[in-house]
Design a protein. Structure first.
Lengths: 408, 408
């Protein structure tokens, strides 16, 4: 494994981890923009832009973009989160140059009015579809409730209203700032030739204009509000709990991952044994989300209406016992094994490696080997996790539930 | 990469491909049994058995099985198809021995009456749940219609009736024959020590008794029947088309995969451009399934009721044009790139490699390197695909649709 890095004059950082024993290669643009960078007026613009990039450039129609990806046989896609928009592809090494050239071209899209109008309907349908998925809707609403006025509370897809009112002009303005070369990183992983990709990147990307692109960075303690929403078509109660966690820049992020695994991993966690295995809840998981300058623990529980109060009592009991007695050595060992195998297995594939490589750069401006992360996880002591519980008490949460109308 | 192989006196074959540069290791039992090996009376027994293996052994309770997997941090699971039941896990190399010992123990389950009775309800719920998924239900019904009296027409989950009537005694009888050491293979892939795993395997697995376990192998041309089922709760038409393909033992299986990709890949295929891109259908895909001694092409299309006749006309047009003019050079090139990158990316991970390694042994008693498969795909000529169309005319299909009641 060899790490390579280059910065163009306009601020675009190109990084790569060469692994000559890999059989494939992956490339991705990591754009440091997401829903938290949007004003309320243009909420949803980042995700909308992600769609628009596939609509083509001055030279290529959407049809031709599709065909061009097709020819390379690439596995490609894109995603938008609260704070990043990522475009990536995994290919056979001999097609890496072709697919990289294509992504570079797409990073300067035409953003045509006609395409914008058509795509607006696609986005509206997507919003409606996700509104119908209670497991997604509950998370979206809970994030808003928890982060309140903090921009991390913005919905990723945007709302009916903000998307309805969004103009192509506003989108182009947002694009110019946020897709500036100094606000993104281009990453490569797997089997590729560094000098070759640098040659491919340099000339077209150097033409991109540097811009001022900033982000408000504030930590947030969470609103701790409680709210329940009734939806007549639901048969189950969906509960989302959020509490404050550490940021993506914090060394304690590894301890926070361990804590979330101990409390709410799919199987074998406290939630699993006390809620799922006892058939009180159908699902009960907790995840830790490390973000730019802030972070959150987020739990999702689905259960029958009859079980709601028992479930919440049990959850409270779990958090109280953690505050009182902390986690056990056995729990630490199991959680470490789970996180380590997931990490190693994910990073074994150039595509998985690309994501960690890119995010480590975006958040830390740091190259971290897999071995660095393995050591950091192994080094977490039981006291690190227990002092995290003390400091960030996960029992002190914002709560949003969606469920059927309550019979009185 | 180094291939290793060992056969125990009772017929159990142990194979492994050692890749010292891998960061993880994978292990899996490939049991040559599935719904096609069941009589109508015990239909669903293979899938039921897959569940029962996690219920524990004479020594371990279900709780302890769960905990034991948990400790290793393994990513593990199992699946049942028409002809195989596979149990697998991916772990950090240092936990491979522990997780292998666990799988070996589970391969001789207690199959307790109490567990059987409880699990029967879980299976019944699973059957009901899948009945509610039209994309699954249509495939299940179409397979029955297409294979008619051929055992490949058996449902994998079994029916309400066969599962309802199944006794623990029947299951234990089925188990004894089908889980015989001479009817399975144990495979390892990734970073592991061959001598060490052989030591772990030899003593417990040698105690397993050889049995007579055979399978009826007949090719089948397909019934070519047409049928439509009405379901009042559906808003869309779900159409499944099946036609005869080549078997997993046939060298022409690579040409058959290319043909299915050209006709019905998710994007960029004939189905995509003529049905999905033109908004006639919401989804339209074709897959090729190579089976033991037989094979099938299977298409799935979802569209609105108004569009059904247009969709079927278009499908007929696509098949006619293929029969008349064959595929194009460009289509061959694109399809090869897609299949090659999917193959390479999948096999880069020990877990993905394990599956190909195991199935190549189960179907061919052959070790094939990734390079062997790459060469075989690259070597397919346009005439190979075109003669396949001529011989197996995909337009000559069995058709099953599920959709809403038709207004008269």
């Amino acid at each position: 494994m060899e790490f390579k890095k280059k910065k163009l004059a306009n601020g675009l950082v190109v990084i790569g981890e060469v692994n000559k024993s890999a059989k494939s290669a992956a490339v991705g643009f990591f754009v440091k923009t997401g829903s938290r960078d949007e004003s309320k007026q243009i909420n949803g613009a980042s995700h909308f832009l992600e769609h628009m990039l596939f609509k083509g450039t001055e030279r290529l129609s959407a049809f031709e973009v599709n065909e061009a990806f097709d020819r390379t046989g690439a596995e490609f896609n894109a995603f938008t989160s609260e704070e990043n928009t990522v475009f990536y592809a995994a290919v056979l090494p001999e097609y890496l140059v072709e697919v990289t050239e294509l992504w570079i071209e797409l990073m300067r899209p035409a953003l045509r009015d006609e395409d914008f109008d058509i795509e607006k309907n696609v986005i509206k349908e997507e919003i409606a579809m996700y509104k119908d998925l209670p497991s997604y809707d509950v998370l979206d609403r809970c994030r808003s409730l928890h982060f309140d006025s903090h921009p991390c509370g913005n919905s990723i897809l945007g709302g009916e209203e903000s998307i309805g009112n969004l103009t192509a002009e506003q989108m182009r303005g947002y694009f110019t700032n946020r897709y500036a070369p100094n606000n993104m990183a281009l990453a490569f992983a797997g089997n590729f030739d560094w000098e070759q990709v640098c040659t491919v990147v340099e000339s077209p990307c150097s033409k991109w204009q540097k811009q001022i692109a900033s982000r408000k960075l504030e930590d947030y303690r969470g609103s701790k509000k409680k709210k329940r929403v009734e939806k007549s078509n639901l048969a189950r109660e969906h509960i989302c709990l959020m509490s404050r966690g550490v940021s993506a820049q914090e060394p304690r992020r590894f301890a926070a991952s361990l804590l979330a695994t101990i409390i709410g991993d799919n199987v074998g966690s406290r939630f699993f044994w006390e809620l799922v295995d006892k058939a009180l809840a159908e699902t009960a998981t907790m995840q830790f989300g490390a973000m730019d300058g802030t972070g959150a623990f987020c739990s999702y529980i689905r259960c029958s209406s009859e079980n709601v109060s028992k479930v919440l009592d049990t959850v409270r009991g779990i958090f109280e016992s953690l505050s009182k007695s902390g986690v056990t050595k056995d729990e630490m060992k199991t959680a470490k094994n789970k996180i380590l195998s997931a990490l190693v297995i994910k990073n074994e594939l150039p595509m998985g490696r690309l994501v960690d490589l890119g995010f480590n750069w975006i958040y830390l401006e740091q190259y971290r080997t897999i071995a660095d992360d393995i050591s950091a996880i192994k080094a977490v002591a039981i006291d690190d996790v227990n002092s995290l519980i003390e400091k960030f008490n996960p029992g002190d949460f914002t709560q949003l539930s969606i469920g059927p109308a309550q019979s009185s």
